[in-house]
Design a protein around this ligand. Structure first.
Ligand code: HEC
Ligand code: HEC
Length: 338
């Protein structure tokens, strides 16, 4: 696994440097579980999502309840699932999420599916684990508007909930245990068996000729230098607008557009974002941190233009889009739907 990654890095580093984006961080999963190793025949830069993952079932069940209960929000109006509904691919499909009192957020909500494979959480990577991610929405005035003291008191008042915590955690309802249970549930939100993963596992005819051509173009144009690994992304930070200035052309720059800079205060990080996962991307519009692209066609055109300095012939764009559509996986045996 390690050796494979080194070979891969060697192969892509040239591409990345060509794109002028020398900055790179080694994949790191924080306290989340690393993906289980999978046997793949060839050394592809993308690896399949494991079919199953070893988790604590009792914690997953408790986390599932906590993810769906509005009790975590100040006015009991919002749950995690409000903005990340699992029957809608784990996202609210808005350019800006709406939290308590209909307050508008600053960026688009990524899906929670496969978030356990992200090397960091949030567009700017400010949380390094699923556990620490949870403080963000819980305490944000524009999301759940809550506090840990309020949440702990609220949950302790329900005898059944208290008992459920006690059965798993000796110290009962505690912020760390709420975080741990929700994170364990999120780690269960994996979407194996996409047609592309079946192809990687050796089912050559799981993809059409056009989709295979799209994958080849995805690699040849250099999309793969940033979107790679088990999550087809989410293992490095990169600038939005490597070759051309995306923000100057789009206009109306907001503080959220500074991305990673807001976390590090390092000028070199301005406009850098966690490269998003492209798993299930066909069912998770709108695209980009600003939700500015409504269709995959538009997102791919923008990527080619600003990241690679290319204008794609319609046929190449169509092939790449068809390839991206093969990345939709299954949850509980059903393909994700928008
Ligand atoms: C009001 C809508 C809203 C609510 C409620 C909400 N989220 Fe989010 N979630 C978002 C937005 C918007 C982002 C992106 C924020 C950013 O990157 O700055 C996000 C990001 C995330 C991420 C990071 C995904 C990634 O790819 O980086 C995870 C994981 C997540 N939320 C889980 C949760 C959990 C767990 C809860 C409940 C405790 C929750 N969310 C509640 C809107 C919401
Ligand atoms: C230099 C690194 C880099 C390259 C090369 C690159 N991307 Fe991206 N990609 C990113 C980053 C960073 C974002 C997030 C930008 C943002 O939200 O502002 C992104 C976002 C996307 C999204 C939107 C995903 C979502 O959920 O919002 C799609 C689709 C995408 N890229 C496809 C491609 C394709 C196709 C190519 C090749 C034509 C490509 N990318 C090349 C770094 C890259």
């Amino acid at each position: 696994m390690i050796r494979r990654r080194h070979r891969l890095l060697g192969a892509i580093v040239g591409l990345v440097l060509l794109g002028g984006c020398a900055k790179r961080e080694a994949a790191k999963t924080g306290s989340t579980r690393p993906p289980a190793p999978v046997a793949v025949a060839s050394a592809e830069p993308i690896t399949p999502i494991p079919q199953t993952i070893a988790l604590d079932d009792a914690k997953v069940a408790l986390g599932k309840f906590l993810f769906h209960t509005p009790m975590l929000s100040r006015d009991s109006s919002v749950s995690c699932a409000t903005c990340h509904p699992l029957n809608h691919a784990g996202t609210d499909h808005l350019a800006r999420s709406l939290g308590v009192n209909h307050a508008e957020g600053r960026v688009s909500a990524p899906t929670v599916f496969n978030s356990g494979f992200n090397f960091r959480q949030f567009w700017d990577g400010r949380a390094d684990s699923l556990e620490s991610q949870i403080d963000g929405p819980l305490e944000s005035d524009i999301e759940m508007g809550s506090t840990w003291r309020y949440v702990v008191d609220r949950l302790r008042r329900e005898p059944e909930i208290s008992a459920a915590f006690q059965r798993i955690y000796a110290d009962g309802v505690q912020p760390a245990n709420v975080r741990n249970a929700i994170a364990e549930f999120e780690r269960s939100l994996i979407t194996p068996n996409s047609r592309f993963d079946r192809y990687l596992r050796g089912e050559t005819d799981a993809l059409t000729e056009q989709e295979r051509a799209g994958y080849a173009k995805f690699k040849n144009y250099g999309c793969i230098s940033c979107h790679q690994g088990v999550n087809v992304g989410a293992n490095m930070f990169q600038r939005m607008g490597v070759i051309r200035d995306y923000f100057a052309e789009r206009g109306h720059i907001t503080p959220a557009d500074y991305g990673r800079f807001n976390v590090t205060n390092n000028e070199a990080d301005r406009f850098f974002f966690k490269v998003p996962s492209l798993r299930n991307v066909a069912v998770t519009p709108p695209y980009f941190h600003d939700g500015s692209a409504q269709t995959l066609e538009d997102a791919v055109t923008i990527m080619a233009r600003f990241q690679l300095g290319r204008s794609l012939p319609p046929e190449d764009r169509a092939d790449i889009v068809q390839f991206l559509r093969t990345l939709t996986g299954e949850f509980e045996g059903q393909p994700l739907s928008p």
